[in-house]
Write a protein that binds this ligand. Structure first.
Ligand SMILES: [Zn+2]
Length: 144
């Protein structure tokens, strides 16, 4: 997570992401190539919000974080639009493909294999995966 800018907020995000990734991808039930959907993000948003902004009984990074959490619990947003209305932006629901840059409903997390000094996790949409496969097929067919 060294690509993140320094500063406690970004370090916290980086640490949480690293812990989450390590927990998911180690042991017998290793979960790689994970599907990431907007619906799942929306469903878990209050829990994830608290995980990032609350330590014990203390809300860090501002009192408004607690107010937003309480609204998330009370209003139980079901759509991205409802989340944006509560938190003010789409940073918690956007699902950006790292190949085409589109914000899509479903992406897949790839790149969990630890190679040499680091792994390179990326998120790719269905269209780009299909294009990648087509590209491989085209390459192989030319070589036959
Ligand atoms: Zn894409």
């Amino acid at each position: 997570m060294r690509i993140l800018p320094s500063g406690s907020f970004w370090e916290t995000i980086g640490e949480l992401a690293a812990q989450d990734y390590k927990a998911r991808t180690s042991g017998d039930k290793a979960e790689k190539m994970r599907i990431v959907s907007k619906q799942e993000k929306i469903k878990n948003i209050a829990k994830e919000w608290k995980k990032l902004y609350c330590r014990g009984k203390n809300w860090i990074y501002g009192e408004d974080k607690k107010e937003i959490y309480e609204r998330l619990i009370k209003e139980k947003p079901k759509t991205e639009k409802e989340v944006i209305r509560i938190i003010g932006n789409n940073s918690w629901t956007e699902n950006i493909c790292h190949e085409c840059g589109k914000d899509v409903e479903i992406i897949i997390e790839l790149g969990g294999f630890f190679y040499k000094w680091d792994n390179f996790i990326t998120f790719i949409c269905e269209d780009c995966l299909r294009k990648a496969l087509a590209s491989i097929e085209k390459y192989k067919s030319k070589r036959r």
